[in-house]
Ligand binder design. Structure first.
Ligand code: ADP
Ligand code: MG
Length: 688
């Protein structure tokens, strides 16, 4: 048996309570303990001589306690004062209101304290933030020590002791066994698995720690890459239920006519996307394509064309959108685009239900989550479109796919994800990017408005609306982190709506839209806004996605600092969709330099990819993907913003798969793949 398989019950001097607590966080064996990585380190390897410390430095000192008292002040504070002495001098350090410390800091003990050096009553002292009684020299001193997250009453000290025990057993073994072939280690300049695990918990130097984290991060990312590659392979093995053919002349003519009837010329980006999709639809294995195009780049018509091809082959298309408003808009768009054809279109949402049970009368069915209702049966679905896919959970996507056997799948999003990252996260998917906008679009002019210019901005907007007959969105601040709309945000939006109508724009027609309205009301308001019955639409942030109102050319975003750049970009994408100049005003009371920098950066560019790179760098990947994708983000050591690590591990994954397509040659990798398979785009392999 390997040492790593030892159950934690075998740990020496460990109370049943500690065992219980360890189990609560999923630690059952020595191996689990080893995989509980420190979240930071304390560098005790550099210990300052007391003589040398200077005001303003953060230092660690170590010495013997030569005096220890517990004093009471007149104001009722309890002060624990000690004097610590090393070879070079001594220092008094004070803790406040922690009388139990007096029992621990007995004279004669060796103590290590870290903190900020300050001056009090003319003398240097230390504001202590961490301390350690030194008992076991090799565990706690003279080195970089690990700090673990403290959870369920497990202290970092306890964890350190337990991990130390495991590490000391591993030192003379080859555990954990190496999972990578030597050439991959050498090529990528990686240390062995065994060394990495030891060094990550008890680094012998900063340099070694860096190597250890690199190695473990590499493995983590590699496992992610491998599972995506295997999934892609699996995907390519699948066979569609309904085979399309596109080559007969009649179909080709009909598609040509459809394109000619469009009110605009397709952009090159749209043509290329359609070409990619056509190639996929001809194949026997189902398409799994990700269509990424900035807001307003015209993804809908691409989906419509693919739906038409599906129809010409005699099969149905499902189009799923994240909100009723958007589903309704797509429904209207499809009705318009297919007016001259005999395509029959249905809508299925919470409030509008064209379908009972049987859907066979319809060729295109547009809807929301309502499409997932168990009782609905689809029997000839050839193609599924999921719009603004980042809004849907993994499970929902998988479920929708199940509804249709093995149909072709197109997912669309405007959230620009840096390409390398997209290929990693959606590695099992083919990617098409529409990178150009329809002609004649003018970039939205964006301004960050200081509070004192708010009134002026309102005046300007009023004039603009009256002279140009354009329309305005006013978006209320995001109140909660979650995407769900809360009562508070609805209330705030109502208040803002009243204030604007009464005090700011009394002569204009203002409407209010929020998620708590009945969906019939929502659709009505949207339609009336489209028909220009209102000049201004005040809304909460939930209505951000996908709406298309070409005459809206002004947007105010309140509390702009609360949004990530990707979200702001989505919001701003609601304007600038026609050929007129559009304007976006960001209002924010937050004056922090980082916030101003971010919002100014947003004002300086309309390029979605640049914005997402910025977010990725400054705020990490969580922001780009939102809460739905957090499954990807459970990486313990590797970071999704480490592009070179992503590339390196991708290369290694390609190499390994090439050597052994089923990974049988690398049993250790295979077993870690099976034991912690990351969640990917469509859920675990078994569900698709
Ligand atoms: P998104 O990619 O954000 O979903 P839409 O599909 O909603 O964008 O298209 C945005 C607007 O651009 C729509 O009003 C649509 O009719 C229009 N549009 C789409 N393609 C073109 C084009 N090639 N030329 C001009 N306008 C277009
Ligand atoms: Mg769209």
């Amino acid at each position: 048996m390997m040492i790593l398989d030892t159950p934690i019950e075998s740990l020496p001097a460990t109370s049943p309570l500690t065992i219980k607590r360890l189990k609560l966080i999923g630690i059952e064996t020595y191996c689990d303990l080893l995989n509980y990585f420190p979240y930071r380190y304390e560098d005790y390897s550099i210990i300052s001589p007391i003589m040398s410390i200077q005001e303003g430095e953060t230092v660690t000192i170590r010495g013997t306690v030569i005096k220890s008292t517990n004093e009471y002040t007149k104001r009722g504070y309890k002060l624990q004062k000690i004097t610590l002495q090393d070879k070079t001098g001594s220092l008094q350090i004070t803790w406040i209101n922690q009388p139990y410390l007096a029992h621990i800091f007995k004279t004669g003990v060796t103590l290590s304290v870290s903190g900020l050096v300050t001056r009090f009553a003319g003398k240097l002292t230390l504001q202590p933030n961490g301390w350690e009684i030194i008992k076991d020299e090799s565990m706690h001193t003279g080195r970089i020590i690990p700090v673990y997250s403290e959870i369920h009453g497990l202290s970092t000290k306890t964890l350190r002791e337990k991990v130390f025990h495991v590490i000391s057993h591993l030192k003379n073994t080859q555990e954990p066994p190496e999972s990578l072939p030597t050439e991959v280690l050498i090529y990528n300049n990686l240390i062995s698995f065994h060394e990495a695990y030891i060094e990550v918990h008890y680094p012998s130097s900063k340099e070694r720690l860096k190597q250890a984290r690199l190695r473990l991060g590499f493995n983590e990312m590699l496992i992610l890459q491998l599972s995506l590659l295997l999934k892609k392979h699996e995907q390519k093995q699948k066979k569609v239920m309904y085979q399309f053919s596109l080559d007969d002349i009649e179909k080709k003519q009909k598609i040509k006519n459809f394109i000619e009837r469009l009110p605009f010329k397709l952009t090159n980006g749209q043509k290329e996307a359609i070409y990619d999709i056509e190639q996929d639809l001809k194949k026997q294995n189902p398409m799994n394509r990700f269509l990424q195009g900035d807001v307003g780049s015209g993804k809908t018509v691409v989906a419509a064309l693919a739906a038409y091809i599906t129809y010409l082959n005699g099969y149905q298309t499902l189009i799923m959108a994240p909100t009723e408003i958007l589903a309704d808009q797509h429904y209207q768009t499809m009705l318009r685009l297919f007016k001259e054809t005999s395509v029959k279109i249905a809508i299925q949402t919470g409030s509008k239900k064209n379908l009972k049970k049987d859907s066979s009368n319809f060729d295109i069915i547009v809807g929301t989550q309502a499409l997932l209702t168990k009782s609905l049966i689809f029997n000839k679905v050839g193609f599924i479109v999921i719009d603004e896919q980042h809004r849907f959970g993994v499970a929902q996507r998988a479920l929708l796919k199940e509804k249709g056997g093995e149909p072709h799948l197109l997912t669309m999003t405007a959230t620009p994800i840096p390409r390398t990252l997209a290929l990693t996260l959606y590695g099992e998917i083919d990617l098409t990017v529409i990178s150009e906008m329809p002609q004649g679009r003018l970039p939205v002019k964006t301004y960050l408005v200081p509070s004192k210019k708010r009134q002026k901005a309102y005046e300007w907007i009023k004039n603009k609306i009256l002279t140009d007959r354009c329309q305005t969105f006013i978006v209320c601040p995001l109140i909660e982190e979650s995407k769900e709309e809360t009562k508070i945000s609805v209330k705030a939006a109502k208040k803002e709506y009243e204030r604007l109508q009464k005090n700011v724009f009394p002569t204009l027609r203002v409407a209010l839209l929020h998620g708590k309205l009945k969906s019939k009301e929502k659709t009505e308001i949207m339609q009336e806004f489209t028909r220009k019955k209102y000049d201004i639409l005040v809304s909460t942030s939930v209505v951000e996605v996908g709406i298309d109102i070409p005459d809206a050319t002004i947007m105010i975003i309140e509390g702009a600092e609360k949004y990530g750049l990707a979200q702001l970009h989505q919001l701003r994408g609601r304007i600038g969709r026609g050929n007129r100049q559009s304007y976006c005003y960001l209002f924010s009371d937050n004056q922090e330099p980082a916030v101003l920098h971010r919002l100014n950066f947003f004002s300086s560019t309309t390029n979605g990819a640049e914005l997402s790179e910025y977010d990725l760098h400054h705020r990490g990947p969580g922001n780009i993907f939102g809460t739905n994708q957090h499954g990807y983000l459970k990486l313990k050591i590797a970071s999704l913003s480490d592009i070179s690590l992503i590339k390196q591990s991708k290369n290694a994954a390609d190499y390994l798969i090439k050597k052994s397509p089923d990974l049988k040659l690398f049993p250790k990798l295979l077993s870690s793949l099976n034991s912690n398979q990351p969640q990917t785009h469509l859920g675990k392999s078994s569900t698709i």
